[in-house]
Ligand binder design. Sequence first.
Ligand code: NAP
Length: 299
Amino acid sequence: MLTGVQILLLGGDARQLEVIRKLTELDATVTVVGFEGLHSPLDGAIKAELEPTLFDAIDALLLPAVGTDDTGLIPAVFSDRELKLTEEHIKRLPKHCKVYAGMAKPYLRQLCNNEQIELIELFDRDDVAIYNSIPTAEGALMMAIQNTDITIHGSASMVLGFGRTGFTLARTLQGLGANVLVGVRRTEHFARALEMGFKPFYIKDLVSFARNIDLLFNTIPTMIVTAQIIANLPSRAVIIDLASKPGGTDFRFAEKRGIKAMLAPGLPGVVAPKTAGRIIAECLCQLILDDSTERGNGI
Ligand code: NAP
């Protein structure tokens, strides 16, 4: 249980509702800011305005999936007020307090670093990234279905990158009957992809595999789908880029060539906010519980 643990949660979207529900279930004292536009009850959490004193005696500060933007603004879909995380806020945190976010921009990293406050980026964790790959793959399929006039079954689908997202996506496409090509750079990934019934190739040879593709899904967070690759794709091909912003596609050239290409960020929160919220909530509660037990607060 989290009895006696003080948590401040700032902003976010429907995913945070799952986090609040789970934390209050565990009896934590949860204060939330940025939810005044939400009309449904908040499972015993206390709604508050963003006051510096809120930061004085808390054990954990929870920020949304994207943390803050480059200027400290915290997204809050249930509020039309501006929420800005400042140096003063972080300075007021007790030294044992940890800051949790899905991921962090340099602004947030710098604030925490300056005050020696531990920052935990949940999406960096393997378990969270693997669980998140499930709604991500489903979201990618949704986009593919919406943007093509063919079935995924029987399509020539290419997945670039065989990490946590690429692996799940390749398997999901295969499950629907697609012919799946997987672009890798390591020999062991080549071997595993072959064993799983995909058609593996090395990324350095991408240009020669691009000629007969219906769907191209990129998960590599660097410029990989270059003008040269796009020039070799058939005009019917659709590019769905899942890599974090700015993606790995030359979107300008794709538009020039008339090839449909889209960046698809944040799919778990878009297609399955409840599941995505549960994934964050499960991990977050376990981390806060471990931390609280370590400090001798756990019951
Ligand atoms: P990951 O497990 O690190 O996988 C990344 C893959 O890219 C690995 O196979 C890696 O190869 C490969 N790669 C990286 N740099 C490369 C390069 N220069 N050349 C060739 N291959 C390269 O990451 P992930 O968790 O799958 O996430 C992938 C991307 O998707 C990230 O940008 C992440 O932020 C994003 N993402 C987006 C969504 C969404 O909703 N759109 C959801 C989740 C994640 P090695 O294994 O050889 O290093």
